[in-house]
Design a protein around this ligand. Sequence first.
Ligand code: SAM
Length: 223
Amino acid sequence: HLSRRLATVARYIPQGSRLADIGTDHAYLPVNLLKRGIIAGGVAGEVVRGPFENAQHEIQREGFSDRLTARLANGLQAIEPGDHVDTVAIAGMGGTLITNILTQDFDRLAGVTRLVLQPNVSANQIRQFLMTHGFKLVAEEILAEDGHIYEVLVADRTTETVSYTADELRFGPFLLAAPNDAFIAKWQHEAQRTREVLQQMQGAKQVPTAKVAALTAELHQIE
Ligand code: SAM
């Protein structure tokens, strides 16, 4: 079965959808969704040969080669028009990498109406991307597992103008409206880390004042 983290991602993949799981590694997510009859099929994309071969093996072993295609490709280049993908999942990476992947080959998202993204850090960058690329958040989750805290961002295609405040971009509009224990723990930890970095800077020579100012502002925002 899936980890709590991937199970949370799975909950937001629509019934009957065609999924591209980018950075799929063992293809656990799409294989699990096929087994449970949730997705109709799709693509499992990987840029590194080892994980790509893991995905191929898993798909063959579970007998889904007819509906799920493993592709060795960089990011969204794994998606081809004939795949008729409508949902994209990208999980287990930093928010900066996820944002880069989405931006690099944005045209490949032409038929995609839902994104389910699970950044380990820097979710704010993803929210900024969504706001400026015709997607709006429809749900967010934050959860702790094995000493790590993970966020899951769910976004749908929209023609509306979307605008998030600075606080919503950093903390998440849905998470901010209903903070749970994981949310509090994450931001207490982030505040403490920022204080420590600022303290180290005060002891050092030649620290750019802009950097100190930015971190101080960030700390105030978190507090
Ligand atoms: N998605 C799985 C999960 O959440 O459990 C695997 C996460 S694993 C930590 C990240 C995977 O993303 C690695 O297998 C890595 O090779 C892959 N990856 C990193 N950059 C990628 C890119 N630009 N395109 C496709 N895959 C990428």
